[in-house]
Design a protein around this ligand. Structure first.
Ligand SMILES: [Zn+2]
Length: 143
């Protein structure tokens, strides 16, 4: 069909009211009239047009996700600041030698001595064993 206003060939028309008369016109001529809402001919091209004309903007740029740090996700523990002193004090209270405690921990005495001097931090498994054997708390939650 052709636009009733300019005569251009059109696939989908706009039905508009121009000077009180209803006319089937092209996209260009539709601007000159008041569009009559009809759910038939022009709805499909309108939807297609909308998709083409507004490409999806990058959601990462416009709505950045709040990224949680791994520390928040992992329920982690850290030895308290003076873990060595606490271990040594408690061990001596229990009348236990470094060697005895090391045996119970299934660790080398040398390693235990280093932990008590706070030269090295016990790993999580060792720290848990120390806590259990001595009945103390040397690990704290990382906030
Ligand atoms: Zn036209």
């Amino acid at each position: 069909m052709n636009c009733e206003l300019c005569g251009k060939e059109i696939k989908h028309y706009h039905e508009v009211i121009i000077d009180g008369a209803t006319m089937k016109v092209c996209d260009e001529c539709a601007k000159y009239g008041k569009e009559v809402r009809q759910p038939s001919s022009f709805q499909i091209p309108r939807i297609t047009k909308a998709v083409v004309q507004s490409p999806v903007s990058n959601p990462i740029v416009h709505t950045p996700m709040k990224k949680r740090t791994p520390r928040e996700l992992i329920d982690d523990d850290e030895p308290v600041l003076d873990f060595g002193k606490i271990i040594k004090k408690r061990r001596e209270e229990l009348g236990m030698s470094q060697e005895e405690l090391a045996v119970k921990l299934q660790e080398k005495k040398n390693l235990l001595a280093k932990i008590e001097r706070e030269e090295i931090k016990p790993d999580k498994a060792t720290a848990k064993k120390i806590e259990k054997i001595l009945g103390i708390k040397i690990m704290e939650k990382i906030q």
